[in-house]
Design a protein around this ligand. Structure first.
Ligand code: ARG
Length: 460
């Protein structure tokens, strides 16, 4: 069955049907389509557009269709799209009465409604996964407040930092992602149903009834806009993209840190892969795949933005392209978030090796300069003196922690015994006490703050 054959004299070409169809992917919307149709029919009855007997029969049959789809008794096939499929099945079961369902509605407002319902549910799912990942990070951070690793800039050792502070950095990123999704939800939570094809309807419908039944907080206020607004799709995929960016960066660290050269972490065998030719190898395929899959999510974002940009006002078939872009981004981000959470729980942190690496690379040089500033020297001069000390260490194969006081004093008389403490990595990390810093108290405060914001976001 086609919903639009009336004015045609020739049947459509098979190839055109295949090209035009969306059932192969929009079948995912079957639950939301039925949910929305039931609400629509109930509204038609309450507004006396449809008699109760018809409305009840249609709703009962829609429920039966849903049950049959879910049990596998009814296969979704043989229609142009999911909306046509459900309607076709309804008409097959109850005849002409089923055709009344589509009164005061078009597939244009129907598909936009179904898709928004779907995206709202999907956002809730992703928020749950982000929440779980942040909980894992917080658990790990609590365990590693006192452990130290080198902090890098330009991938050169810069200053020692706390391992918990490092983990918290990713919690902050994922917390922003969570917030972004919650914000996207607000703009998705607008009901287009009732806009019909593009101009609204001349039936005396009551859109507040359907909005309530479908749990939409808002109702679209312009039918022309509502049928073709896919901003929520672009926004959703952008939210997925930032999650992927953050996962990808984290994975990049994990790949580097698990290499023999760094040796900071070890991914458990259960989440690693081997090489078919080099027997000694243990490869980080999972984080590499997550890093790689980021590309397809960005691809979906570029895709939807490009689709949106070209269409004239109101619905055009280009918009059917919104679904695969979103489904693909959704599947990717969900699978990446959940496998990454598992991976993270199966990583061993080589804390001794991290700490030793933090002590190398003159990573407490800034502490020496700051020390001299506290003794009254201008920072620029202190920077120069410290630079000379570092050069001396390089030339004499020394470290800042091993130099004795008399050597320090050769460079500047302002040095006293405290400097020997000051250049130790623990001291350096502990000295950064201001909000956001590396000291234990600052890191614990960061953990508390993340926990608080997480709980607040997840209550909303
Ligand atoms: N399958 C279509 C889509 O996904 C449904 C809307 C069809 N509307 C139309 N005027 N052809 O966008």
């Amino acid at each position: 069955m086609k919903l639009w054959e009336g004015r045609f004299t020739q049947p459509s070409a098979k190839s055109a049907d295949v090209f035009n169809q969306s059932l192969s992917f929009d079948r995912k919307l079957y639950w939301h389509d039925i949910f929305a149709s039931i609400a629509h029919v109930k509204m038609l009855n309450e507004t006396h557009i449809l008699p109760a007997a018809d409305a009840d029969k249609i709703c009962d049959t829609l429920q039966a269709i849903l049950a049959d789809i879910e049990s596998g008794a009814l296969l979704i096939e043989g229609a142009e799209d999911i909306h046509t499929f459900i309607e076709q099945e309804l008409v097959m079961r109850i005849g002409v009465m089923g055709k009344r369902m589509h009164t005061a509605r078009s597939r244009n407002d129907q598909v936009a409604t179904d898709f928004r319902l779907y995206v709202k549910d999907s956002i809730s799912g992703i928020c749950g996964l982000l929440h779980d990942l942040i909980e894992t990070l917080l658990r790990l951070a609590n365990k590693h407040v006192g452990n130290i690793l080198p902090g890098y800039t330009h991938l050169q050792r810069a200053q020692p930092v706390s391992l918990a502070q490092y983990l918290n950095a990713y919690s902050e990123m994922f917390l922003r992602d969570l917030e972004r999704f919650i914000d996207c939800y607000k703009r998705t939570d607008v009901m287009p149903l009732g806009s019909c094809a593009l101009a609204g309807t001349d039936f005396p419908i009551d859109r507040t009834i359907t909005a309530k039944l479908l749990h939409f907080s808002m109702i679209s206020q312009n039918s022309l806009d509502a049928v073709s607004d896919r901003d929520f799709v672009a926004e959703y995929i952008f939210c997925c993209s930032t999650v992927m960016a953050h996962l990808s960066r984290f994975c990049e660290d994990i790949i580097l840190y698990s290499s023999g050269e760094f040796g900071f972490i070890e991914i458990s065998d259960t989440y690693s892969t081997g090489s078919s030719i080099m027997p000694q190898k243990k490869n980080p395929d999972i984080p590499e795949l997550i890093r790689g899959k980021t590309g397809r999510v960005y691809g979906s974002l570029t895709g939807i933005l490009t689709v949106i940009k070209g269409i004239p006002t109101a619905y055009n078939k280009d918009l059917q392209e919104d679904k695969e872009a979103l489904f693909n981004a959704e599947d990717t981000v969900k699978s990446c978030l959940s496998i990454f959470n598992e991976l993270l729980q199966n990583i061993t942190f080589n804390t001794r090796r991290m700490r030793n690496a933090a002590a190398g690379g003159f990573s407490t040089a800034t502490d020496i300069a700051d020390y001299l500033v506290q003794k009254g020297m201008a920072f620029r001069d202190a920077h120069a003196v410290t630079g000379q000390i570092v050069r001396y260490c390089i030339e004499n194969n020394q470290t800042l922690e091993r130099l004795d006081l008399s050597t320090y004093r050769r460079f500047c008389e302002l040095f006293d015994g405290e400097i020997l403490q000051c250049v130790r990595v623990d001291h350096s990390v502990e000295a950064r006490k201001a909000i956001g810093g590396s000291s234990r108290s600052a890191v614990r405060e960061n953990i508390r703050s993340i926990t608080k914001r997480l709980n607040k976001l997840c209550k909303a």
